[in-house]
Design a protein around this ligand. Sequence first.
Ligand code: ZN
Ligand code: ZN
Length: 318
Amino acid sequence: MRIIPISLPTPFYVGPVNVYLIAEDPITLIDTGRKTKETIEALREGLRKVRFRVSDIRRIVLTHAHEDHCGLARSIRDEAKDAEVLVHAWESGHRIGRLEYEDHRTLLVRAGVPTDEIESMRKVYEGVRQYADSLEPDEYNELHDEEELEFATGALKTLHTPGHTPGSCSFVREADRTVIAGDCVLKRITPNPILSPDPVDPSKRFASLSEYLVSLARLRSFAPTLVHGGHGAPVNDFEELFNRYLRAIRERQATVVASLSKSGTTAWQVAQQMFPDADDVHRFLSVSEAVAHLDLAHSEGKIALEFADGVEVYRRPS
Ligand SMILES: [Zn+2]
Ligand SMILES: [Zn+2]
């Protein structure tokens, strides 16, 4: 099975995004890049180099619905005459527009984020939305855990690997233990678990970091030899990376727990202490990071949580 990586530009700190062409019937593109002229041109060029065209694509599979991964899905689908689009049902994100929900706002209020800050986060994300077309229910099919994506000479098994987002999926080729993992596995940075409503009960928040740890362990059970991530170079030392992630998560958890005051600290305050210079989308990401670590520490019984005027306040046990 020929898996051909194509690197597409993004303006983000995380760098260019990797999309993957499976050059075998049915011709499949895993992730798409942002919806910009520059990106579609880079995609055309990448395809041309390996003698393919956008119109050859029969299937578009999305690892998750962040705009740098899903932005061009609808344009490609239209140009490739109704190529099938597949994405996990739990993946809302830019499929239907992020942060425009009351659910999201409620989570930010509970995290202690001030009203004017929530408003400016909303504006930042509205600006980002232009880089992805939303997909209507009749424009995609749901991707399921364990679903086999069949190709002429083999299959990719879908693994639902939530954490970075609730509906993130990875794809394993069991024949040679190659994995395409989207933003679940990145070579140089620990993926950020994004603050999201729980898809099953939107009044709750998704336990992103504990889900992420389960997903990592599940990927590890396949003993991957090569992992293609959503950004950066492929990973051929997954075991080492896995241990590095665990250490990084434990270290950050210790920092977060130590930053809590006796009188109580909100996730917003923790985010500000950890990332005082965060700007733009990073302000939302820093709250996501703080909430994820506080949730995990609380679920492990390391910190106390109580509500004060609808805001969650965390304390270190004395
Ligand atoms: Zn992402
Ligand atoms: Zn990404």
